[in-house]
Design a protein around this ligand. Structure first.
Ligand code: ZN
Length: 225
């Protein structure tokens, strides 16, 4: 017998990590719900977690842009989940879905523990990049842990072609600005570049000093995410 045999003998099957990324309005939450519902339909025990920061549609449900709902645990962080749900309920869980994963700073540690040690299947949906196309939160950090990675695309709001990026319509600069179609739109590469260029020209016409102060703020905000 292998010396390590028995360490995981209490687990029904090994854990898995699946990551779904893409811009806003790409159907990430829909894909997550479809996946978790399919697991539930085969008799596996499932739970859904979302960030308590995101209260756009409902506090205790994951809701897609088209209105499909799934009950969830709204949490400020992931490592508190085991405590919140209780040890016994956690042990019985097979599948954990995580929506808006970019808001969880402890995503990497949670996935390691839940998939490697506890044998859970984790399905994560989140933004890969922010509105400046920089890595958002810890979503990209878990890709080395993943069994599968899926990048979904939306439709460019300006031309209807495939959209890979999220453009912010307002000139607010904090990284975490939670909003919907009023604040963000999915765009293709061409329109992302065009809009960024015209925003830069507008900024150049404004006060140079104010721009430096605002950029400094963005760096600080990003560092605390
Ligand atoms: Zn376009």
């Amino acid at each position: 017998m292998h010396p390590l045999h028995g360490l995981n003998s209490s687990h029904r099957r090994p854990g898995e990590v699946h990551v779904i990324v893409g811009p806003m309005f790409a159907g990430k939450t829909t894909a997550l719900l479809r996946r978790v519902t399919a697991e539930s339909d085969t008799g596996r025990s499932v739970a859904m977690i979302k960030s308590s920061k995101d209260t756009r549609y409902a506090k205790d449900a994951v809701v897609t842009h088209d209105g499909t709902k799934f009950p969830c645990w709204p949490l400020p962080d992931l490592l508190s989940f085991k405590h919140k749900i209780g040890d016994e309920a956690y042990q019985k869980l097979d599948v954990i879905g995580i929506d808006e994963a970019q808001f969880f700073g402890d995503l990497y540690d949670f996935c390691c523990e839940a998939a490697d040690l506890d044998g859970k299947t984790i399905v994560i949906a989140g933004l890969d990049g922010d509105y400046l196309r920089r890595s958002f939160g810890s979503v990209l950090d878990v890709i080395p842990l993943a069994d599968t990675v899926t990048k979904l695309t939306a439709r460019c709001e300006l031309c209807g072609k495939r959209a890979f990026f999220t453009l912010r319509k307002t000139d607010e600069l904090q990284t975490e600005l939670i909003g919907g179609a009023d604040v963000y739109m999915p765009v293709c590469r061409l329109h992302y570049a065009n809009e960024q260029r015209s925003a830069a020209m507008e900024t150049a016409r404004g006060s140079f000093g104010a721009t430096i102060a605002q950029n400094d703020l963005v760096v600080k905000t990003a560092a605390t995410v």
